[in-house]
Design a protein around this ligand. Structure first.
Ligand code: FAQ
Length: 309
């Protein structure tokens, strides 16, 4: 039976090995990986927009150079991930089309606006922080090309998280206005960051199957808890607070916390968040404006092919 412990796929999964592109795999495994990897790739590319908004207004040349490098890293992550998805037999042009017509998703978090410079710090600290907690276990994902892409991505995300934390640290130790700006950014990004981990386990449609296939190694709620436990301590060092009056350290060593608003998460996923339309329109315009580059590259490749025959 397909995917049973008696065949190659089942044996590799049971032995904690890696499935590679040419290996036989159940069609549902392939489809689910395409869904998750494409969504992840789209998130990286759409995720360039909120911070890209501040490149021209960064407060110094040094900050601008750092932010440019970070946003370029996100483009790179998107490209590794599209390449990983292509090993499953899809074409990235089709994936772009599915993003633009809403058949594929991207992370809810990138539908929130970046109102001040402190938001760049909050995205680095909280959004990249949440991304690391989610992605480190994906380095052990059962699909080889995805797992390997994640290793480099996670190293770069660690740098991103620290640069965000450092921005907030400078603001938190600056003027009262700067400290207030940093606090306001944290207040706005905290719950959307918690929602990045997805719906609670009880409402997560894919978790059980993805964990059985060893694509996911931890559930949405387990990862959310890890993120809260890590972040509470870091907020203390900043001297800023998380906007949750019910944070309590339990006897089990984990922080009890208020859940994000999951109705809001589903509203944003469905396309009705604060910036969904703007993000997709911007992406569509970039795709259309780039048509001449793709045409020129194709013509050049054809010409070279002709020259070598
Ligand atoms: N947003 O059954 P589950 C980054 C959907 S980090 C939108 O629990 P699953 C770095 C889900 O797709 C962000 N949709 O799903 C960066 C499913 O719908 P479907 C990207 C969400 O897959 C930082 C339905 O809800 N990271 O980009 C969300 O088991 C700064 C039911 O959910 C990744 O993609 C959401 N938050 O678990 C870049 C990591 N949550 O597909 C730039 C890889 C759930 O049936 C700047 N992905 N949904 O139509 C994953 O780990 C998983 O896919 C989860 C969801 C955990 C996101």
């Amino acid at each position: 039976t397909e995917g049973g412990a008696d065949d190659y796929f089942g044996a590799v999964i049971a032995a904690d090995g890696k499935i590679e592109p040419r290996d036989e795999m159940p069609e549902a495994y392939r489809k689910s990986l395409i869904r998750q990897i494409a969504q992840h790739a789209h998130s990286e590319i759409i995720g360039m927009q909120p911070e890209g908004n501040w490149i021209s207004r960064a407060p110094s040349l040094k900050r601008k150079a750092i932010l440019l490098a970070k946003v370029q890293d996100e483009a790179g992550h998107g490209l590794y991930l599209y390449a990983a998805a292509e090993t499953l037999g899809v074409d990235r042009a089709d994936l772009y089309e599915m993003l633009l017509d809403g058949r594929q998703k991207y992370s809810s978090i990138f539908n929130y606006p970046t109102l001040t410079w402190a938001d760049v710090g909050a995205i680095g600290w909280l959004v990249d922080g949440a991304a690391i907690v989610n992605q480190v276990p994906l380095c052990r994902c059962s699909y080889g090309p995805y797992a390997r892409a994640m290793i480099r991505v996670c190293k770069e995300e660690s740098f991103h998280q620290r640069q965000g934390y450092e921005i907030l640290h400078v603001l938190a130790n600056g003027s009262p206005e700067q400290k207030a700006m940093a606090q306001d950014a944290i207040d706005r990004w905290w719950y959307p960051s918690l929602a990045m981990f997805g719906p609670p386990d009880t409402d997560s449609t894919h978790s059980a199957q993805s964990m059985a296939w060893k694509i996911k190694r931890f559930s949405n709620d387990e990862l959310r808890q890890k993120f809260v436990d890590m972040t509470v301590q870091q907020a203390e060092v900043l001297g800023l607070s998380l906007p949750d009056p019910d944070l309590r350290l339990g006897e089990d060593g984990h922080w009890a916390y208020t859940q994000p608003d999951y109705d809001e998460l589903f509203t944003v996923i469905k396309g009705d968040g604060p910036c969904n339309r703007q993000r997709i329109e911007h992406r569509r315009a970039a795709w259309e404006d780039g048509a001449w580059v793709r045409e020129a590259a194709t013509a050049y490749a054809k010409k070279r092919e002709g020259a070598t025959v």
